[in-house]
Write a protein that binds this ligand. Structure first.
Ligand code: HEC
Length: 170
């Protein structure tokens, strides 16, 4: 082995050791539990996600709804966020909802008529199926749902949820 090659080899080994050690230290100082990350995810295939995203853009769903924690800046409408909606509604319900001539019969509205969920009954059936499939794939992690429930509970009752006998061990 030539001197130059030996140097490169040594340097590589040193770098591997350095970054390896850094990662270990990094993990020790930031336990995963302290930064649980974004609670929303999708189980859809790349293909379904891409096609559905096109329809969502064409139909302007984000003029009213947040999705992936963002909403288009055209106006603010207090519609339910679509992140994690698949943990609340299943695909069959969503397909029926998008196909309904009068969606407010399935889900009553408290909004002024112009802010209400429009009917998408006139979209091609394939598009409605794609939307339902994609929406059903938008999930929220359990720890986040639990946290949301706890916050809601405390807001409504003024007591932390542990008082409510939710923890049988206490
Ligand atoms: C004009 C605003 C507006 C637009 C555009 C809109 N929505 Fe909605 N959507 C709402 C409102 C408001 C609700 C709550 C029910 C109501 O008030 O009619 C809702 C309800 C929903 C729900 C049910 C939420 C739940 O809690 O179960 C889903 C799913 C949904 N919309 C998906 C979509 C999709 C997908 C699109 C685009 C194809 C879309 N929305 C376009 C306003 C809108």
């Amino acid at each position: 082995m030539r001197r130059g090659e030996k140097g490169i080899l040594l340097l590589t080994a040193a770098l591997v050791l350095f970054f390896g050690a850094r990662n270990v230290i990094h993990l020790e100082h930031h336990p995963v539990s302290q930064d649980p990350g974004i609670p929303f995810y999708s189980t859809a295939s790349h293909e379904v996600a891409r096609k559905a995203t096109d329809i969502i853009r064409e139909q302007g769903c984000r003029n009213c709804h947040t999705l992936w924690a963002t909403q288009s800046m055209v106006q603010f409408v207090p519609s339910p966020p679509l992140d994690g909606i698949g943990s609340l509604r299943n695909e069959a319900w969503l397909y029926k909802y998008f196909s309904a001539k009068d969606p407010q019969q399935m889900l009553p509205s408290r909004m002024k008529p112009k802010y209400r969920m429009p009917s998408y009954a006139d979209l091609p059936e394939n598009d409605r199926r794609l939307l339902a499939s994609y929406m059903a794939s938008l999930k929220v992690k359990d720890w986040y749902l639990k946290k949301v429930r706890e916050v809601e509970y405390e807001k409504l009752t003024g007591h932390p949820m542990v008082d409510a006998g939710m923890h049988p061990s206490r």
